[in-house]
Write a protein that binds this ligand. Structure first.
Ligand SMILES: Cc1cc2nc3c(=O)[nH]c(=O)nc-3n(C[C@H](O)[C@H](O)[C@H](O)COP(=O)(O)O)c2cc1C
Length: 371
């Protein structure tokens, strides 16, 4: 408690004022480098865990046959090339989703491609699926043992060459198959909602999604498969997606990715400058994701596990997603704005809320808003 309180103060008053003056992508890259280095040593992992990790039996649960030590995970986008898998558990996360990783290596969009929107408590992201490609990332992780579940987010390369549907599906399938054959990862997330890829988000369309998931079905694996949808999905579109998922081997949904609603009330219009483009993560995603989680849980909660993501900055934010139907939650913008101690703060807060509301474990609270 004292350690996280000290870190919270130091981050808010000393570190963040300096970091938020620097180029966001440079800061991100530097943190990935430091995290990768800290993750290599036993002593650095133990020291980090002593500062940050929080454990409580009420937070442990099994979802889709996988044991999660706590429900708070790191979503795709922060550790794109899987360099931080050593340190992420020590920071207190209960699982990590690496990627998104594509079949072929992908340079992403030209810089600048990441901006902070401090008043909106948000980030504008235009990376365009920058990653080393499935072969390099799978080779990096092959043979490693992980202390938390690792999800692999797969997507298609951001290039005119994969706009053709067959080429696009082949790129997704290559990425997934490479990880499955390397024995890397506990679950796959099929990302159909990157707002920054060349050719848009074609697989949000039912017919194309059907073809994509047909390709995914052909990859032989017993491990769970999730589909990640856009924050701007309408309820009708979600119903259509659920219909398609019903015809395939899909175990869950990740709700949601970034929003493209720059004009939403939750976005401070004064912060949007003409050079910015992409999708927004952070607080503007929160209500969009929460409403989609409720809808998906009411319609198909008994069939699909839900990972809720978007605008989680506090234990109340995370608990709300759980009550609406998410078994697991993820956050990235909240960590960048508040500091890494936010993970243990949120886990402690969830455990307190479970006890307050008379739930023995997280699983008992999932979907409780609808009962
Ligand atoms: C810098 C950055 C990069 C991201 N890259 C990806 C990505 O490659 N694949 C993906 O599925 N989501 C990506 N996302 C979306 C996040 O995983 C998450 O869905 C979204 O940011 C909402 O969560 P938040 O409000 O906690 O940021 C990215 C987000 C950020 C901030």
């Amino acid at each position: 408690m004292f350690a996280t309180g000290f870190f919270r103060w130091s981050y808010a008053n000393l570190l963040k004022p300096v970091l938020f003056r620097m180029d966001p992508e440079y800061v991100h890259d530097t943190f990935v480098r430091i995290g990768a280095w800290l993750g290599k040593g036993d002593w650095s992992r133990s020291l980090t865990a002593a500062f940050f990790r929080y454990e409580d039996p009420s937070l442990v649960q099994e979802v889709c046959g996988i044991r999660f030590p706590n429900p708070v995970g790191l979503p795709a986008g922060f550790d794109k090339n899987a360099r931080m898998t050593g340190i992420i558990p020590a920071v207190g996360f209960g699982f990590e989703e690496i990627g998104s990783v594509t079949g072929e290596p992908c340079a992403g969009n030209p810089k600048p491609r990441l901006w902070r929107l401090p008043k909106s408590r948000a980030l504008m992201v235009h990376y365009g699926l920058m990653n080393d490609g499935c072969e390099a990332v799978a080779a990096r992780l092959k043979g490693q043992r992980f202390t938390i579940p690792i999800g692999v987010s797969v997507a298609k390369t951001n290039s005119p060459a994969t706009v053709d549907m067959q080429a696009g599906v082949a790129d997704y399938v290559k990425a997934m198959r490479t990880f499955v054959e390397a024995g890397v990862g506990d679950f796959t997330v099929v990302n159909i909602s990157c707002p920054n890829a060349f050719g848009g988000e074609p697989y949000a369309d039912s017919e194309r999604l059907d073809v994509l998931l047909g390709g995914i079905d052909a990859v032989v694996t017993a491990k769970p498969i999730f589909v990640k949808i856009a924050a701007d999905t309408t309820m009708d579109q979600l119903d259509a997606i659920l219909d398609v998922l019903g015809r395939h081997r899909v175990d869950g949904l990740v709700i949601s990715n970034l929003t493209k609603r720059f004009d939403a009330a939750s976005v401070d219009a004064g912060e949007i400058t003409p050079d910015m483009k992409g999708g927004i993560g952070g607080k503007p995603v929160q209500t969009l994701a929460d409403d989609l989680i409720s809808h998906a849980y009411r319609k198909a909660g008994s069939r699909y596990a839900i990972i809720g993501v978007g605008g989680v900055f506090t234990a109340d934010d995370a608990y709300e997603k759980i009550r609406r139907g998410a078994s697991l939650v993820q956050l990235v913008t909240g960590m960048i704005f508040e500091g890494p101690q936010i993970i243990s703060d949120i886990n402690r807060g969830i455990a307190e809320r479970l006890q307050r509301d008379g739930f023995a474990t997280v699983k008992d609270a999932v979907g409780s808003a609808h009962r």
